[in-house]
Design a protein around this ligand. Structure first.
Ligand SMILES: NC(=O)c1ccc[n+]([C@@H]2O[C@H](COP(=O)([O-])OP(=O)(O)OC[C@H]3O[C@@H](n4cnc5c(N)ncnc54)[C@H](O)[C@@H]3O)[C@@H](O)[C@H]2O)c1
Length: 352
C-alpha cells in the first residue's frame, strides 16, 4: 500500500527512514513511501534531496488513487482536520499521538473514520519499546515476586522543544507529548481498573502549558504506578523502578542498562550499620552480599517494524489493529482526570 507522510518534520522524517527500511523487508503486507507533504519549503527541499516526492497540496494526495494511506505527523492541532479530510478521501490513516486535543475530538476522529470505512490507527509506538517490554516481562515472570509499585520516568533538561509544543491551542504541553505514551504503557501493563489518581503539573519555564507532570495512580488490584515527565532535570534518573515483594529491578535508560536484586534471606544476619550524614543507620544500609542475589534484566527485544507490519496487515484485513479505539479513549479519560487533579489539587476517585 502506498503511503504519504503529511508533516515532514522530526517525526515525519524518522517515519520515512523507518518505512524505507521496512519496505526492504518485503513483508507480505507492506507499506511503500509514495511521498510527503509539508508547508515548509525547507522540509520540501530536504525531502527532494532524499529522492522523496513532495506533493504540492493535500488535494493532490486525496486525488491520487494510488495512495491508500496517509501518516499524519504534523503539529497536534492539525491531526483532526487532516484525519477528517483523509477519511473523506477514503485513505487509511496512521495518526501520530496524541490524535486529538481532547477525548471528544478523538472520538469524533474515530467516528469519521468508521463512517468512511477506513482504518484509523494511532502511532502508540512505545508499546514496542524494549525497556517497556522488559518491565512487562519482569512483572509476568515474577523474578522479584508480585510487583506492587512501578515508577516510569522520562527526564530531559532541554525545556519544551520547538514552538508549537509551547502553545495550548496547538496541543502543546508535555502531558500530551510524553504523558500520553507513558499512560498508554501503564494501562497496557496493569490489568486492573484505576481506583484513584493524583497529578501535579509543572510550569518551571513559565509557558502556558505544562513542562512536566508527576502522576500517581492507584489501581484496584493494589498496584501503585507513578509516571514522571520532566524537562528541567540535569541529572539522569532511572527510566524504570520496579518494586516486587521479593526484590527490586531498575532499568537505567533506553540502552537497557540496569539489573535486578532479589532477596535470598528476609533477615540479613550479616547486616552492618553505616554512618549516614550526622548519624548512624542499619535500616538504610545496603544488604550483605549473602542475603541477596544480583540478576540480569530479562531483556525483551521487540519485533522490528511491528507497528507498520500490523497496520499494513490490518488494512488488508489480515490482522486486527494493534492499537484499539477503547484503549486510546481510556488514555484520554485518564489524561483528563489527571488534568483536573492538577488544576484542583485534588485526588480523583474515578474508576477508569
Ligand atoms: N510517536 C513518537 O514517538 C513521536 C515522537 C515525536 C513526535 N511525535 C508526534 O509527531 C507529530 C510531529 O512532531 P514533530 O516533533 O515531528 O514536530 P515538528 O515540528 O518537528 O514537525 C512538524 C512538521 O509539520 C509541518 N507542518 C506544519 N503545518 C503543516 C501543515 N498545515 N501541513 C503540513 N505540514 C505542516 C512543519 O513544517 C514540520 O515540518 C506530533 O504530533 C508529535 O506529537 C511522535
Amino acid at each position: 500500500m502506498n503511503l504519504v507522510i503529511i508533516g515532514f518534520g522530526g517525526m515525519g522524517s524518522y517515519h520515512a527512514e523507518c518505512l524505507q527500511k521496512f519496505a526492504e523487508e518485503k513483508a507480505e503486507h507492506t507499506l511503500t513511501l509514495a511521498g510527503i507533504y509539508d508547508i515548509d519549503p525547507a522540509r520540501v527541499e530536504f525531502a527532494r534531496q532524499k529522492g522523496i516526492r513532495a506533493y504540492a497540496s493535500p488535494e493532490e494526495i486525496w486525488a491520487d488513487k494510488s495512495v491508500g494511506a496517509v501518516l499524519i505527523a504534523t503539529p497536534n492541532e492539525l491531526h483532526a482536520p487532516y484525519a477528517a479530510a483523509a477519511a473523506a478521501a477514503g485513505k487509511n490513516i496512521i495518526c501520530e499521538k496524541p490524535i486529538g486535543l481532547s477525548s471528544a475530538q478523538a472520538e469524533q476522529m474515530y467516528a469519521a473514520a468508521e463512517k468512511a470505512g477506513v482504518l484509523f490507527e494511532v502511532h502508540q509506538n512505545r508499546r514496542w519499546d524494549d525497556d517497556y517490554l522488559t518491565v512487562r516481562n519482569i512483572v509476568a515472570r515474577g523474578d522479584i515476586g508480585d510487583v506492587y509499585k512501578i515508577e516510569s520516568r522520562v527526564v530531559g533538561c532541554n525545556g519544551i522543544p520547538g514552538d508549537w509544543r509551547k502553545e495550548k491551542a496547538r496541543g502543546g504541553g508535555m502531558m500530551l507529548d510524553w504523558g500520553v505514551h507513558l499512560i498508554d504503557q501503564m494501562l497496557q501493563m496493569v490489568d486492573s481498573r484505576v481506583a484513584s489518581l493524583y497529578c501535579d503539573y509543572s510550569y518551571i519555564y513559565g509557558e502556558e502549558v505544562d513542562d512536566g507532570c508527576d502522576l500517581l495512580v492507584n489501581f484496584e488490584n493494589g498496584v501503585q504506578y507513578r509516571v514522571v515527565v520532566a524537562t528541567d532535570c540535569f541529572r539522569r534518573l532511572p527510566r524504570w523502578m520496579v518494586y516486587g515483594i521479593d526484590g527490586t529491578a531498575v532499568i537505567e535508560d533506553w540502552d537497557l542498562s540496569g539489573g535486578m536484586t532479589r532477596v535470598l534471606e528476609r533477615e540479613d544476619k550479616n547486616l552492618v550499620g553505616i554512618r549516614a550524614g550526622n548519624g548512624f543507620t542499619r535500616t538504610m544500609a545496603q544488604r550483605s552480599h549473602s542475603s541477596v542475589e544480583q540478576l540480569p534484566l530479562p531483556v525483551v527485544h521487540a519485533e522490528p517494524f511491528a507497528f507498520y507490519k500490523n497496520f499494513a496487515a490490518a488494512c488488508a484485513g489480515a490482522e486486527k489493529p494493534a492499537i484499539r479505539k477503547e484503549e486510546v479513549l481510556r488514555v484520554y479519560r485518564l489524561m483528563e482526570a489527571a488534568e483536573r487533579s492538577a488544576r484542583d489539587n485534588a485526588v480523583i476517585k474515578e474508576k477508569i
